[in-house]
Ligand binder design. Structure first.
Ligand SMILES: C[S@@+](CC[C@H](N)C(=O)[O-])C[C@H]1O[C@@H](n2cnc3c(N)ncnc32)[C@H](O)[C@@H]1O
Length: 487
């Protein structure tokens, strides 16, 4: 089904909706377009608009397409000459950011209908809350923010827009679950919006009479999740200031790096807050301005921003803690008579303290990232492999959870725990339908941009697992050599 979403006097944006299964999960999908493409072909000059509105833009800044190692970053900000560390790069007066604060006269929506919808959204759906505001401004003829909105990308590469085949191409259940959840939310919210809008007179319509559907809601949510910053909002009655998500025109043209050369700052002033970025390092001519969006896993980068970071040190994989799975892993590791499914009462007690057993356990555990093995999983294995309750009780939970606390329960206990985690990793790898080599050869053959993104994502997940296996094998070797030396 092809749907169109049109705005008066503005370009058409097309979306397709594809029915994936009988359970009526429908995924909105974008038209093929480059991530450079803006919602109008020749939008107004954003730098000039910010300056005209009283903002400051460093004279060496320009907007241009960004590419690195075959990856397109869309547009970005670039230094056209050397900029010294500490320089002010951009400063936005308080009226330029697009935000939504409940008591904000500027942002009071013209229709109580949208306010009602907004109130029904849970706090974690802040991207949709601000998205509604963005859609409203996009629909408004003569909006103050039109010079900004017209410079936004026409399409996004977040997986809610992937075709069914590319969603499957991700091969990673926790992400598939999140994508499904977002798609389902958009479809349900689409219905709620329609119900609220259907009886309105044209003059009361909050979106200028334009149809709002799952695709346009998805566009708005992706625009916000990939560009908004959480900064201080207005001072509340008790003198505190809430964190408010806001869109910062021009500043949001900065792409991401874990080694940024620019930093976002808020000049706190009761009446007249300014959102600014400053140079955190010297910036050489032709270098892009880069901000750190956060130390996030690739799941968040892909879901919210539509890109994947190769060799991301913060990337992790999720596993479900399960005694039977641990038994299977120890069998695979050649460790006889595993007994993880029926721990002793004292072990069960520690599992409850680790939140891996008891009334409302949190069974999601992670491997990879800076921690390598989530402390709760490591502690559980150390404890379940220990036969002597007294030795275990000599250590506090934090020591048992720490990989750098070397062999708290002895070398043999540690080596066995590592062997089981390595076997868990092997089981997790087996669950992926393809191997990295096959993925790489698919990429070499050439695939669509979204397929490439999905395949890169799963390659990175498999790499996380392999890195954990390598890390633990290295530690095991070291322990074995220590053991031999001390024997
Ligand atoms: C805040 S916007 C930055 C401006 C954006 N490039 C544009 O064209 O409007 C964030 C988006 O930029 C792109 N991006 C930013 N950093 C990136 C990176 N390190 N690798 C790939 N894409 C990146 C992604 O499309 C992301 O959703």
């Amino acid at each position: 089904m092809l749907l169109t979403y049109s705005m008066p006097g503005q370009e058409l944006v097309c979306f397709t909706l594809v029915l994936i299964s009988q359970t009526s999960v429908i995924y909105p999908i974008k038209c093929a377009a480059s991530y450079h493409t803006r919602i109008v072909p020749h939008p107004p000059d954003l730098l000039k608009w910010v300056k005209r509105e009283g903002g400051f833009v460093h004279q060496a800044l320009k907007i241009s397409p960004q590419q690195q190692d075959d990856t397109t970053y869309g547009l970005g900000l670039v230094a056209s000459q050397d900029i010294p560390k500490g320089s002010l790069l951009i400063s936005l007066p308080h009226h330029i950011p697009l935000k939504f604060e409940a008591d904000d006269a500027d942002s009071r929506l013209s229709s109580s209908v949208v306010s009602t919808l907004w109130e029904h959204l849970a706090e974690e759906l802040w991207a949709m809350k601000l998205g509604l505001r963005l859609l409203q401004e996009r629909a408004k003829v003569g909006s103050f923010w039109w010079p900004y909105i017209s410079n936004l990308p026409e399409t996004y590469s977040a997986p809610i827009f992937f075709q069914g085949e590319d969603i499957k191409n991700l091969q990673y259940a926790p992400l598939l679950y999140q994508v499904n959840k977002r798609c389902r939310f958009l479809l349900d919210f689409d219905q709620a919006v329609r119900r609220n809008l259907e009886s309105l007179k044209p003059n009361d319509h909050p979106f200028g009479g334009q149809e709002v559907d799952a695709s346009s809601l998805g566009w708005a949510m992706s625009a916000v999740s990939s560009r908004a910053f959480r900064l201080y909002g207005k001072m509340t009655a008790d003198g505190t200031r809430n964190n408010v998500p806001m869109l910062l025109p021009l500043i949001d043209m900065c792409n991401h790096s874990f080694k940024p050369n620019a930093q976002i700052l808020q000049e706190e002033d009761k009446e007249n807050d300014k959102s600014q970025i400053k140079a955190e390092t010297d910036i050489k001519q032709d270098n892009p301005l880069l901000l750190n969006y956060g130390y996030l896993s690739n799941d968040f980068f892909l879901l919210d921003y539509g890109f994947v970071i190769p060799s991301n040190p913060y990337d992790t994989i999720e596993l479900k803690y399960d005694g039977a799975l641990l038994d299977a892993a120890s069998m695979a590791a050649g460790i006889p008579q595993p007994n993880f499914s029926s721990p002793a009462a004292w072990q069960q007690q520690i599992l409850s303290q680790l939140n891996l057993a008891g009334e409302a356990p949190i069974l999601k555990v992670t491997l990879g990232g800076l921690e390598v093995v989530e402390g709760r999983l490591l502690a559980a294995l150390r404890v379940l492999l220990a036969s002597d309750v007294e030795t275990v009780r000599k250590h506090d939970l934090n020591t048992l959870k720490s990989l750098s606390a070397e062999t708290p329960l002895g070398i043999a206990n540690e080596v066995t725990a590592f062997r089981i985690i390595i076997a868990l990793c092997a089981i997790a790898l087996e669950h992926f339908p393809t191997k990295i080599m096959e993925d790489e050869s698919l990429l070499k053959q050439g695939v669509s941009a979204n397929s490439e993104l999905a395949i890169q994502f799963r390659i990175q997940k498999k790499s996380v697992i392999i890195d954990v296996m390598r890390n633990l094998s290295g530690r095991m070797k070291l322990l074995s050599s220590k053991d031999t030396a001390s024997a």
